[in-house]
Design a protein around this ligand. Structure first.
Ligand SMILES: Cc1cc2nc3c(=O)[nH]c(=O)nc-3n(C[C@H](O)[C@H](O)[C@H](O)COP(=O)(O)O)c2cc1C
Length: 495
């Protein structure tokens, strides 16, 4: 199966939803926490200090600093502000509570697992670890100098993350379309990690180009868990000490069963196989054609500022269930700030030239007429595409979800899949979705910095969006929707 066959076959339409209704088998709902039993488990200190640098500064590329500490303190801080549990919600019918995390996830199903290698951290043994968010601990799957160069980089980084997806968790609910959501979730998790790293003074570089099976083997991943992105962390704020050579010891561990049974989704297996890189994959990444440029009649003003700290914003970020559709609006300088952080470059080996273009359905922005606009980030300009109230259309295109109409602004992210695949082969299909998730994550944090909220929207009528925006499929296809506004309070939530 090629990327385009998979993409085509997983498009939503009114007919496709009627043709194949899906009842959820709640008794078989996948456990969102993978645990490796029988391995040493290392404590990460509780309540690590919050990064005080303003979130908007981090989103604009400024680095924070870290308080001196050892490896455990560093890792605790990094993970507490990128992947930990940050709130819970109560199920009204049963009174049960379920966990929410710093990184968002489609359906809160959390397919993404965080594995990491460490080398030479102060008072922290070199080895391979798996993060256990349910108790904020690190499972030690191997100890010693493992000598893996997972991303084929020129020198060893002291901390290397491998973000992996357990696709079944998403497929349980979203069936064949789940692969797309797993890729988005990886994009969110990547930015959650990279921005937390930057807030505590180190740099993160992501590699999408690696030999999948070799990385799976090095990390001892189960067959149901697929490596998707490697993120290397470097920088002076990482507490590195003297290294003591130590022979590797492999513990591995036994994984918990996450469902009573799993259903096979051959289309997902096939698209994953089509996007894998094998033993003969070239080390170097081909250059990508530049993104198209253009201009619009509305110049975005200077960006508004916000002093809310990264620590507060990262941990308070929540998806709005719905937005207050009344009179509240967003100022144009706030919109300008949000769009500017979404357009900043990424530190990675695959999105040097952006693949995503943002279309905006503006409902309530001070000083701008409601309508559809296209962002030209190079010139910080908006091009007016359509006039008139877009609230009903934005909700309708988002599978009838009211939140896209009640928001102040909704987005269609249009991915240049053809250009990505010309540069990277079918692997490019992953990269476009990673980028969409990563932009979404920046939008979440920027919205939160202004006291607003956001919601990622994976469900939309693909072809209806193309028709409405008048986009030919060779020019791009919709890969993600998003909405920002004033959230309706959620009484089920507690911090
Ligand atoms: C890729 C992606 C797709 C999502 N799609 C939708 C959606 O279509 N509708 C919706 O209401 N929420 C959607 N969400 C929001 C999730 O439901 C939300 O992230 C999850 O419940 C966890 O809550 P939190 O973001 O507050 O941690 C999506 C989130 C992600 C990351």
């Amino acid at each position: 199966m090629t990327w385009s066959e998979y993409h085509e076959s997983t498009k939503h339409s009114v007919e496709s939803l009627k043709r194949a209704p899906h009842l959820l088998d709640w008794a078989n709902m996948p456990d969102p926490f993978r645990q490796y039993e029988g391995v040493p488990v290392l404590d990460l200190p509780a309540d690590p200090p919050a990064p005080e640098i303003p979130a908007l500064a981090v989103l604009n590329g400024v680095s924070g600093s870290t308080s001196a500490g050892d490896g455990a303190a560093f890792l605790s801080r990094l993970l507490f502000y990128s992947a930990a549990i940050s709130a819970s919600k109560r199920v009204p019918s049963t009174g049960d509570r379920y966990a929410l995390r710093v990184n968002p996830s489609s359906g809160n199903l959390h397919p993404t697992e965080f594995h990491f290698l460490t080398r030479g951290l102060n008072a922290w043994p070199d080895g391979l670890y798996h993060y256990r968010p349910s108790s904020h601990m690190a499972e030690q799957r191997a100890l010693g100098d493992l000598n893996f160069n997972l991303a084929d980089s020129d020198s060893f980084a002291p901390v290397v993350f491998v973000l992996a997806s357990i696709v079944w968790r998403e497929a349980w609910k979203y069936r064949d379309r789940a692969y797309r959501y797993c890729l988005h979730d990886i994009g969110h998790a990547w930015q959650a990690l990279a921005l937390a790293a930057q807030a505590i003074g180190c740099d993160a570089f992501a590699f999408g180009h690696f030999r999948d099976d070799e990385v799976s083997q090095c990390c001892g991943l189960e067959p149901d868990e697929w490596p998707m992105l490697i993120v290397e962390l470097r920088g002076r704020s990482i507490p590195v000490g003297e290294r003591h050579a130590c022979q590797p010891v492999w513990y591995g561990g036994h994984v918990n069963q996450i469902s009573i049974e799993t259903t096979a989704y051959p289309r997902i297996e096939e698209i994953h196989a089509a996007t894998k890189l094998g033993r003969h994959a070239q080390r170097s990444i081909p250059a990508t054609e530049p993104a198209p440029t253009g201009s619009g009649e509305i110049k975005l003003p200077c960006a508004a500022s916000s002093q809310r700290t990264f620590g507060e914003v990262a941990r308070r970020r929540r998806s709005a269930l719905n937005f207050q559709g009344g009179m509240h609006s967003i100022s144009l300088p706030q919109l300008s700030a949000i769009l500017s952080v979404a357009s900043r470059p990424f530190s990675c080996d695959f999105a040097g030239a952006h693949f995503i273009q943002l279309y905006l359905y503006l409902h309530r922005i001070d000083g701008l007429q409601p309508g559809v606009y296209r962002l030209w980030p190079g010139r910080a300009e908006l091009e007016h595409i359509r006039s008139g109230d877009q609230r009903v259309v934005a909700a309708g295109l988002s599978l009838g979800q009211d939140l896209a109409g009640n928001a102040c602004v909704a987005f269609s992210m249009i991915g240049d899949l053809e250009r990505a695949v010309r540069a990277h082969g079918d692997r490019g299909y992953r990269y476009v979705h990673f980028e969409a998730g990563a932009i979404g994550h920046r939008l979440y944090l920027a919205a939160e910095a202004f006291g607003l909220a956001a919601t990622g929207i994976g469900a939309f009528y693909d072809e209806e969006v193309h028709r409405y925006l008048n986009i030919a499929s060779r020019r791009g296809q919709v890969v993600y929707h998003f909405a920002i506004g004033y959230p309706v309070p959620d009484s089920r939530l507690s911090a």
